[in-house]
Design a protein around this ligand. Sequence first.
Ligand SMILES: [Zn+2]
Length: 275
Amino acid sequence: MDSADPKRLTDFLTAHPRLFILTGAGISTDSGIPDYRDAEGAWKRSPPVQFTAFMEQLAVRQRYWARSLIGWRYFGAARPNAAHQALARLETAGRIDLLVTQNVDGLHEQAGSHNVVDLHGRLSVVRCMSCNHRLPRADLQFELETRNPRWAALDPRVPPDADVDLSLEDFSSFDVPACPVCAGILKPDVVFFGESVPRERVEAAFASVKRAQAMLVVGSSLMVYSGYRFAEAAAAAGKPIAALNLGRTRADHLLTLKVSAPCIDVLPASIQGLA
Ligand SMILES: [Zn+2]
């Protein structure tokens, strides 16, 4: 059933006090982080970088880090919104078995959620692909700006978007920092297209689907299989599934309840009295 009434979601949450929760980009759009898919689930902008291209081509890394240098100013400044906070309160109230997010923004942890699996990693960490050295993305920002003062000075017309459109720029002069330990290739600690999600994260999610009484999808169209498979597993196990998402989801045919609305409009209201 399709509804925009927060009361329907409250009823679902009341009936199923132990939830497996999966969140996606739609929960972070009100924190200023753009959703790369439209209401039909299609790409609105250029799709993300492919892992193999990133590892094999300096030009791809130059383009990635140049865009990232600018995008990070917005991305790194994003703060959790009322929907993230509502889920943190639900966890405190003991109603969440596990929160799995497809987002790489770390906003659930910032909002106070503890039991979180970052399915696709976190942009706040950078990892060396040779020696596994890790460093904070914020530290790399200083390095990127120091090496590329012309890019650092680029400008305020750029939209608040972590993947800014610099398609007309020449990236060949961009100086990409190497690993400070072994001079290897640095990569944000997120799962790129063509890379698989680490197995322990997937197993933790499937185990929670089994334990939980129901599944709640928040702000995801589930177009990416890495998230959709959990809805398939929940449905196969006979667990009811509710989705709060603006627009259609790939799992619409599996849903017990569909609330088609912005997360921030519905989620905080729907947990009143529960958390
Ligand atoms: Zn290294």
